[in-house]
Structures are given as C-alpha cells and as structure tokens.
Ligand binder design. Structure first.
Ligand code: NAX
Ligand code: ADP
Ligand code: K
Length: 503
C-alpha cells in the first residue's frame, strides 16, 4: 500500500470525486457512514453511553457532524461540540444545515469546558489532514481537556493536532486516541513510535477511492500488506535438490553468545536454505553440532571468537553478526569479508557495531548488501543521534542511498530502505518479539532467502521481514506475549513462508 502525504490525500479525494462523478458531500457521507458502522460493530455502544462528538471547522469536522447525525438517528444520546472558528468549509456548513432539530449542539467555551466522564466515548473530529500548524488557543485547550478526561477517544482520520507526514514540535496539544479510524490508506504518522500514544490502534475503513488515481500517485513510502506478499515466495519445484536453494555461510558466535549462532542457524534452516555452514569459534563447535545437526559446522582456530575468514568460494550468500563480539581479530574477519565477498551479505548485530566503531569499513560495504540494525545499532552506524523518528527515516534513506545497500530499521513496523530511496514498512509482528534472540532469528531467515537465487535482494528482504513477524504472530496464541521466545518464532517460520507461496 502506498503511504501518501496530506497534500496527496487531498488530491486523491478530488480525483475520486471527478472520476466517480460524485460530490465532495457524497464522499464525506461515505467516510462518516464507515466511521458510524465501525462504532456500531466494534464498540458495541450501550444506549446509555455518554457520547460527545467534537467538531472542528473543516471537512474533518464535517465528518463529525454526519457521525453525530447518524448516532442521534440511531437513538444514542449524542452531545455535539463545535470549536469556535472564523471560517468553516463549505461542506461543514452544508452538513450543519442537515443536523436534526433534537440534537444538542453547543459551541465550545474554553472557560466552561464540557463535563466528560471517564466512561464516555468521544469522537474526535476536530482536525484531520488539513492541519496546517500546531494547535493553540481554544483548540489546544479542548484537546488537553479531552486527554485529561480519561474517556475513550475515537479519532476520525487523524488524532487532532498530529500531522499526517511530518513531526510536530514537542509539547504541542495532540489528541490521545484509543482508536484512529482512517480511510483506505495508512498515514506515515501511524507507523512511528513517537506517535503511538496519540494514534492508539488504527484501522482503515473503505472509502472507495479511485484505484487509478492511487496507482498513479507517486511516493517512495510503502506499507507492505499480507495480500501484497502472497505468491511472492516461489514454491519448491518437484525435481529440486539441495543445490537449488543455495549454500549459505553464517559467521556467528563468541564465548557466552553461541546461542545467537544457534538461533540464527536454526532460523536459516527453517528458511528453506539448501545447505548451511556455520562458522563459530571452537568453543561453539559441540554446541552447534548438537543443537543444529542439519547444519555443517566449521570451527575457527581460536577458542572464543572468530579470527579467520574461511574460503568463500562455495557459498551463495554470507551472513555475519549474531553473537559475534567486537574483538580486533573479528573486526579483521569482517574487513576481509567486505573486501573479498562477491555474493550477497546479510550484516547484523556486532558486525554493525564494528562498522559503527570503524567507519572506514563502511566504504568497503559491497553494494546490494543488507544491514539489519535496531535503532541503537543504527545510531552507532551513522554516528549521530536522530532528532526524531522522521529524521531517523531520512538518515536511513540517506545511508541506503550513499552505501548502495539495503538497510533495515528494526522495531514495530520495521522499515526497509533501498538504494533507490524507497522505504517499505513491515506490517507483521507483535511486542512479544521484544526479547533477546528475535533479531538473530531474522538474520538467519534473511540469509536463507538471500542464498535462494530465485529471489531478488529486495524480495528476499521483504519476504524475510514479513515471514519473521508473521511467524511470531502465529506463535502468539501458543505462548502469549510474555512467553514468546525467539525459538518459538523459528518453529513457525515454515508455516509463515508457506502462506506466502500461495496467491
Ligand atoms: N476532501 C474530501 O473530499 C474528504 C475529506 N474528508 C475529511 O476531511 C478531512 C480534511 O478536511 P480539510 O481539508 O477541510 O481539513 P481539516 O478539517 O483537517 O482542517 C482544516 C481546517 O482547520 C483549519 N486549521 C488547520 N490547522 C489549524 C490549527 N492548527 N488551528 C486552528 N485551525 C486550523 C483550517 O484553516 C481549515 O479550516 C480529512 O481528514 C477527512 O476527515 C472525508 O470527509 C472524506 C472526503
Ligand atoms: N514491539 C514489536 N513489534 C513488532 N516487532 C518487534 C517488536 N519488538 C521487536 N520486534 C522485532 O524483533 C526483532 C528484535 O531484534 P533485535 O532488537 O536485534 O533483537 P536481538 O538483538 O535481541 O536478537 C526485530 O526483528 C524487531 O522488528
Ligand atoms: K480528527
């Protein structure tokens, strides 16, 4: 799915109105009816629920007027609050004239704000994508009052005060929604950790926007859905053999962190690799052979950390990083790998930290490699803390662009930046994955997919990120969030990948 800016969203509304020969009021009715349907179906409101609908002066407010009208007609005791404003949009004014006589309407008085019980439901229709500056004055006062009430806030399109595609200054008033009901396409703001407290759980409601206009909209930001990934993982041909799926080399582990090598090894095997050789320091040899008999093990001459790069000739892809440590000898293994490898590289964990501590190594990165930092590793890599999540995305894009590499930023909605400047947000996964070893599993899985010559580097990365989160989602009913272990993710890699084989 494309992520569009506020301006593009507006243009898409206009294109839909033209293509479908409808009025903007028709589109507003569709939007507001979708919101009302959702409230009926999902919130199961009692007829004595206290409901407040707060409307701003634009079309977001217009949506709110229609929602209030719908709820009132359905017999709910709705109170409608209008924010004082010098001007209103034409569609707002039109909808204001359609309000039924029995519906209680009041203008917000900042000196006597509405009494709102903590058990109430509030529909926030103050501002949507038309927000042009941070909230202040009456609007900010009302928003702070709503947030303090403890009521369940359902935001229409956007939590009011939040920009769809840009940061707002710290401390600004922004609605803290329990749910945000947006239309058809998500907004970039929904995917960033700094906005989680405002957006709450977000849902996309159908609006029937013009498909051709969506196809033609230009963007370099995408939210990757399960529907889009289906059919992109090629089935295994009947006469395939282990050579068909590539021989991968994994460089991992150090004294006390052989577990990371084991997890990445097992995940790589479950990722469908044809053959896997794992290189560990000698201390890890027995452990690895016992815990992953399907993998071959090459012990380094050193006991506790890697000091020598094996001959790379047999391998279709190389992964490096999980549990590696940052010893000088290991740094030299990394340097040698970067200068000699002619196959795709997957670079994670301490290999990233070594790249951060030794920036001269970054110029050796073979173009097309995949790096998988979490935000802290990414900060070490670029050597500069991000101002906010939007700035971090720009750093990510610029890093991918100047190194010619694919670079991931891990977390909820993991982002993948490509050398061409696109950013893809992953849609799978859950907070149970915030536990040691989840990232090692990702590295192993990505390595398997990079060794599979049938996949482009981009498809390998997108499929790996999607399947990793999906495997954790499949494990969740068996473990719960707290009980989810990295090894549970490994168990469900197979089923997660199978889902992606079928259209
Ligand atoms: N355009 C369309 O056809 C549709 C629009 N829809 C709704 O319309 C919304 C966008 O409507 P608008 O473009 O009218 O924009 P908004 O309703 O989000 O806000 C614009 C209004 O708020 C004022 N404003 C902006 N920032 C302010 C601030 N900080 N303090 C005080 N006033 C401020 C503007 O001057 C303008 O009057 C969407 O979010 C969505 O909810 C939906 O009804 C679907 C159809
Ligand atoms: N709240 C979350 N929601 C979804 N995915 C998450 C969440 N927290 C962590 N993850 C995923 O789990 C993995 C954690 O990786 P990482 O931080 O490297 O862990 P480790 O180094 O312990 O293996 C990443 O793929 C990340 O996207
Ligand atoms: K809103």
């Amino acid at each position: 799915m494309k992520l569009l800016s506020a301006a593009q969203t507006h243009a898409l509304d206009q294109a839909t109105i033209k293509a479908q020969n409808i009025s903007s009021i028709d589109l507003m009715e569709r939007a507001a009816n979708a919101v009302t349907d959702w409230l009926f179906k999902e919130l199961l409101l009692d007829y004595d629920t206290e409901i407040h609908v707060c409307c701003g002066p634009g079309n977001n407010g217009g949506d709110g007027l229609v929602v209030a009208r719908n709820l009132h007609r359905a017999g709910y005791p709705v109170r409608l609050w209008l924010l004082p404003a010098a001007r209103h949009s034409a569609d707002f004014t039109h909808q204001q004239h359609q309000l039924p006589a029995g519906l209680a309407v009041q203008e917000v008085n900042p000196d006597k704000l509405p009494d709102i019980a903590a058990t109430a439901m509030v529909v926030d229709a103050l501002f949507g994508t038309g927000l042009s500056r941070p909230l202040e004055g009456d609007a900010a006062t009302l928003v702070r009052h709503l947030n303090a009430s403890g009521a369940t806030v359902v935001a229409v399109d956007m939590p009011s005060g939040l920009f769809a595609d840009a940061p707002q200054p710290a401390g600004c008033a922004v609605v803290q929604a329990r749910y945000t009901l947006s239309f058809e396409l998500p907004k970039l703001a929904f995917l960033l950790p700094q906005n989680a407290g405002f957006v709450g759980d977000w849902r996309l409601l159908p609006l029937g926007l013009d498909a051709q206009a969506i196809r033609e909209a230009k963007t370099n930001l995408f939210f990757v859905t399960a529907d889009e990934m289906r059919g992109r993982f090629p089935e295994r041909p009947k006469f395939s053999h282990k050579g068909t799926f590539g021989h991968a080399l994994l460089l991992a582990g150090s004294q006390g962190k052989i577990g990371a090598a084991v997890l990445a090894t097992q995940a790589c095997l479950r990722g469908g690799v044809g053959l896997l050789t794992t290189r560990v320091p000698a201390v890890g040899y027995d452990i690895l052979q016992i815990s992953a008999p399907e993998a071959m093990c090459l012990a380094d001459p050193a006991a506790d950390f890697l000091t020598e790069l094996p001959d790379l000739a047999p391998y279709a892809a190389v992964g490096i990083g999980p549990g590696l440590g940052q010893q000088d000898g290991t740094r030299e293994v990394l340097r040698q790998l970067l200068t000699t490898a002619e196959v795709p590289l997957v670079i994670d964990a301490d290999a990233l930290n070594l790249l951060g501590a030794n920036p001269e190594l970054q110029s050796l990165l073979p173009p097309g490699s995949l790096l998988t930092p979490h935000p802290k590793e990414f900060e070490r890599l670029v050597g500069e803390p991000a101002r906010d999540d939007y700035h971090r995305l720009e750093q990510l894009r610029s890093f991918a662009n100047h190194t010619g590499c694919y670079c991931v930023l891990k977390g909820a909605y993991t982002a993948l930046a490509t050398p061409a400047g696109h950013i893809f947000f992953n849609s799978t996964g859950n907070p149970g994955m915030a536990t040691g070893g989840s990232g090692d599993v990702l590295t192993g899985l990505l390595l398997a997919l990079h060794a599979d010559q049938r996949l482009s580097p981009l498809d390998a990365a997108l499929l790996g990120l999607h399947a990793h989160g999906r495997a954790a989602d499949l494990a969740l009913p068996h473990t719960g969030h707290a009980g989810l272990l990295a090894s549970d993710i490994i168990r469900f890699i197979g089923p997660a990948l199978s889902e992606l084989e079928i259209l």
